[in-house]
Design a protein around this ligand. Structure first.
Ligand SMILES: [Zn+2]
Length: 205
């Protein structure tokens, strides 16, 4: 995966990497047996802190899923939008979470997923910090498959987003790109926000 993003390796069309954000206990109890059965590569993006409102695996459970073949990435310490923080605060979230996870897991952590993952959570300053903190890949929540051209932006990788309440019939459609056009809407909203943020907020309110 990282070699593909770096442009050093081709992958067959339709290749899949399954990712999970936060560290919900169902990753261990529900997903891991299926991932193992079908030998599907996966990454769990873990919250290194214990923010309120999340039901999270313990570090020993996270070591269990790592031993079962799931790679571990960082999803910050506190699950705040990095776009809303100062540069120093964003760096602390990125560096502290990586160190904590590396200490707990005993392996290097190179990959990151942005909390919320919309365009405003991954501003150019934030993306710069992700690189400076030593990560080689950053996953957003923008809809889309990773193609050879998107792979040239290793810190703004799109994903096919599947929510916990999505019905099963929707899943094949999502994988076929049914929601990819929402990426364009995300981009449009971001562009609108730049010159006319106050106006847009008025409209939204
Ligand atoms: Zn999250």
């Amino acid at each position: 995966m990282e070699a593909f993003v770096a442009g050093k390796r081709q992958l067959p069309s339709g290749s899949v990497l399954v990712t999970f954000d936060d560290g919900d206990p169902s990753v261990r109890t529900v997903a891991v047996p299926i991932l193992q059965k079908y030998a599907v590569p996966s990454v769990a993006y873990i919250l290194a802190g214990r923010p309120t409102g999340f039901d999270l695996m313990s570090f020993s459970q996270i070591r269990e899923i790592q031993a079962a073949g799931v790679s571990i990435g960082s999803h910050t310490v506190s699950h705040r939008s990095l776009g809303s923080l100062s540069r120093a605060e964003a760096m602390a979230e990125l560096v502290d979470s990586r160190r904590r996870l590396e200490d707990e897991m005993g392996t290097a952590v190179h990959s990151f997923a942005y909390p919320f993952g919309t365009a405003k959570d991954m501003t150019p300053q934030v993306i710069d910090c992700v690189g400076e903190a030593g990560y080689t890949t950053g996953f957003s929540s923008l809809h889309g498959a990773i193609r050879a051209d998107t792979a040239r932006q290793p810190y703004a990788l799109p994903r096919v987003k599947v929510e916990s309440g999505d019905p099963q019939w929707l899943f094949p459609a999502l994988c076929a790109g049914a929601m990819d056009r929402w990426r364009l809407v995300d981009d449009m909203l971001t562009n609108l926000q730049k010159p006319a943020e106050s106006q847009l907020q008025k409209t939204a309110a």
